[in-house]
Ligand binder design. Structure first.
Ligand code: DLZ
Length: 167
């Protein structure tokens, strides 16, 4: 394996913990729907091909990326989840809206993961152009939804491996 890691979908399958028995939530934003649907497809496909049952993948849609951490918090409160993946796409515009949304979502995901103890995975594309977003949702730069799913499996396995100390 190369030491410089730029793409999580270029992972070593043998070293990835199995996803059997994991229950994973996915919150997905409707803004830039073509992109977020492609991210969702990448996530679901990576989860199921690594052993997560499709019944154990709980998908909920939200209006925009800003709502992702709130949806993830509601999902964690109401369902026993091993990890939540937040999928969205924010494209740089003329205004500072971009920075407000990106910073709020990134901090919201990080804070929620730390406070709840349930891994919250940041699968939000923050690009300059729509074209760049397409390249990262199943194009020449891979599919970041798939990478988010791999991160979710790894973090869920890490959490489970440490759970035994608290029983
Ligand atoms: C308002 C807004 C804008 C301008 N751009 C995006 C975007 O590029 N990607 C995205 O996911 N959401 C965007 N939104 C919507 C906000 O995330 C949010 O849904 C609204 O501000 C309502 O809280």
């Amino acid at each position: 394996m190369s030491s410089k890691k730029t793409d999580l979908s270029d992972y070593d399958h043998a070293s990835l913990p199995g996803g059997k028995g994991l229950r994973i939530g996915i919150a997905v934003s409707a803004w830039n729907e073509e992109i977020t649907n492609a991210l969702l497809e990448g996530s679901v496909s990576a989860l199921t091909s690594n052993g997560v049952s499709s019944e154990d993948i709980i998908i909920r849609h939200v209006p925009g990326s800003f709502e992702l951490p709130q949806a993830a918090a509601i999902m964690i409160d109401s369902i026993d989840l091993d990890a939540v993946i937040c999928l969205g796409c924010v494209i740089q515009g003329e205004t500072r809206h971009f920075e407000f949304i990106c910073q709020a979502v990134a901090k919201g995901c990080m804070d929620l993961g730390i406070e709840s103890g349930v891994p919250v995975i940041f699968g939000v594309l923050t690009t300059d152009t729509y074209e760049q977003a397409k390249e990262r949702s199943g194009g020449s730069h891979g599919n970041k939804g798939e990478e988010a799913a791999i991160a979710a499996i790894r973090m869920a396995a890490l959490r489970k491996s440490l759970d035994i100390w608290f029983q």
